[in-house]
Design a protein around this ligand. Structure first.
Ligand SMILES: *Cc1c(COP(=O)(O)O)cnc(C)c1O
Length: 473
């Protein structure tokens, strides 16, 4: 509909912004306070997808006046609340409130890290944070790295770089093999497939009782692949796995990679953050010998997505895969130029999500990550103890992280079926958000304790509720 009102002037009006901004920020503050205080958590009010769609279709076509605060309230009331103490589902960060502010700055400034001038501060901040992390992880001086949009993107980028570095000619790419845990995140397999690596060349190494790679199988698997004329170029370690939170023995994998001269990549999307904890960093011993690693800021490091550090160990990275010819972006096609980040990443335009992490590090230091890891992993262990103390509950395995898989054991009937129904009922309740997984082919409830305010009392009530639901079934 045409209108005589100047919408451009209205939409860009500072007065309009000053009217909305405090209201939305006040709403976030109210929500945060309520979420952290509530003893009986309200995490999710689940509408069916059809109902949710109908609601937004109606909202979209209604011609009534819209105020931003009202709209945001509607969105919130129909969305999961990660800041609720009952949120113990997937590995999504419970974002630090300050990131609501850095997000606003990011959106307004709209700087990106494509080429230097478009994100001057952002490009340099990335460099600073990556160097800091590289040092923590024990990488060599002169190490390079970038922030990429997510762990999946990070794994793909690292694999492509690994392939280029292998020096294997393109005509042999169909023979390439990547070795990885049978428990690895699906993004690894997807990345390999995107690269044209045939499915049978994505070799999944069986895991042992602790769900870590059975490293004694690595050499045999390698030799078998070689005997079939295949070329292994990369081995990947998980720190930790997504499903049950298992850490691979990175030292043993590093030894293997060194013996066979392979690229060693570590998928530390979730568990890489233990580097900040004296207590838990032994879990990733050997990571300093890897050629590349990723760690998601938007999981254990409390930022909104997508923001992932991809770091290459200096000296190990011989070729920069991502230097496409684009004379309109950069003149010198050959130099490394960290400040022109699109030379190194799959993304062209890429937001300066580093703003969140840089601000967190400056405001709270690494100490906040240590506290978060210690608290969340500690709660994972405590939750496991509580499960073990219950006579009709079973732990899938001793947790090594904040991911815990467990189930209710009914006196009669099929445990899988009962737990599936318990999961459904929990979702209907909405107080807790618990997910599920399969461990050794069996159905288990799965929690990831991501909220540092999820305390013992909340976990005790969750267990009581699971038992109550299980008994009623
Ligand atoms: C979450 C996760 C990924 C995927 O990361 P995204 O940021 O969601 O793309 C990859 N690997 C592991 C181990 C993960 O936990």
């Amino acid at each position: 509909m045409k209108t005589t009102e100047n919408l451009i002037s209205k939409a860009y009006s500072p007065e309009e912004f000053q009217k909305d901004a405090p209201k939305v920020m006040a709403m976030i503050s109210r929500e945060l306070e309520a979420s952290l205080k509530k003893e009986a958590p309200e995490t999710i009010k689940r509408y069916s997808p059809e109902e949710q769609l109908r609601f937004w279709q109606e909202d979209f076509s209604s011609s009534g006046p819209v105020d931003l605060e009202g709209l945001m309230e509607k969105v919130m009331s129909r969305s999961i609340n990660f800041h609720s103490k009952g949120y113990v589902g997937h590995q999504v960060a419970v974002t630090l409130p300050v990131t609501a502010l850095t997000s606003a700055m990011m959106a307004y400034m709209n700087n990106c890290t494509t080429v230097y001038e478009l994100g001057m501060a952002g490009n340099a901040m990335e460099k600073v944070v990556i160097s800091h992390l590289a040092e923590k992880f024990g990488y060599n001086k002169g190490t390079a790295g970038f922030v990429v949009s997510g762990g999946s993107m990070g794994n793909l980028t690292a694999l492509v770089t690994a392939r280029t570095s292998s020096g294997i000619p393109e005509k042999d790419y169909h023979r390439l093999v990547v070795m990885v845990s049978g428990e690895a995140h699906y993004s690894v397999e997807r990345a390999a497939k995107i690269m044209g690596i045939p499915s049978e060349n994505i070799i999944k190494i069986p895991v042992g009782e602790d769900f870590g790679i059975r490293t004694e199988l690595l050499d045999r698997t390698y030799e078998q692949a070689a005997a079939e004329g295949k070329m292994v170029f990369c081995v990947i370690g998980c720190a930790c796995t997504t499903s049950v939170g298992a850490f691979d023995d990175l030292e043993a994998i590093a030894d293997f990679a060194q013996r066979r001269q392979l690229w060693f990549h570590v998928d530390g999307a979730h568990g890489g953050a233990v580097i900040f904890s004296e207590k838990y960093k032994p879990l990733i011993k050997g990571i300093e010998r890897s050629d590349s690693l990723i760690v998601d800021f938007h999981k254990m490091m409390m930022t909104p997505p997508l923001s992932t550090a991809l770091i290459y160990n200096a000296g190990n990275r011989k070729v920069n895969e991502f230097s496409p010819k684009a004379a309109y972006l950069w003149q010198d096609q050959l130099s490394e130029e960290w400040w022109n980040s699109a030379k190194h990443t799959l993304e062209c335009t890429k937001p300066i999500t580093i703003l969140h992490t840089y601000a967190i590090m400056r405001l709270y230091g690494d100490e906040i990550y240590r506290q978060n890891v210690d608290m969340l992993f500690g709660m994972g262990k405590q939750f496991a103890q509580m499960i073990k103390a219950e006579k009709n509950m079973e732990l899938a395995l001793e947790p090594r992280s904040n991911i815990v898989c467990f189930r209710y054991m009914p006196e009669h009937g099929d445990a899988g079926e009962v737990n599936r129904r318990v999961a459904e009922k929990l979702l209907e309740d909405g107080a807790y958000y618990v997910v599920s997984t399969r461990v050794g082919g069996k159905f288990y409830l799965r929690v990831t304790i991501m909220n540092p305010f999820t305390d013992e009392g909340v976990l005790r009530n969750l267990i009581a509720r699971v038992k109550e639901l299980g008994e009623a079934l």
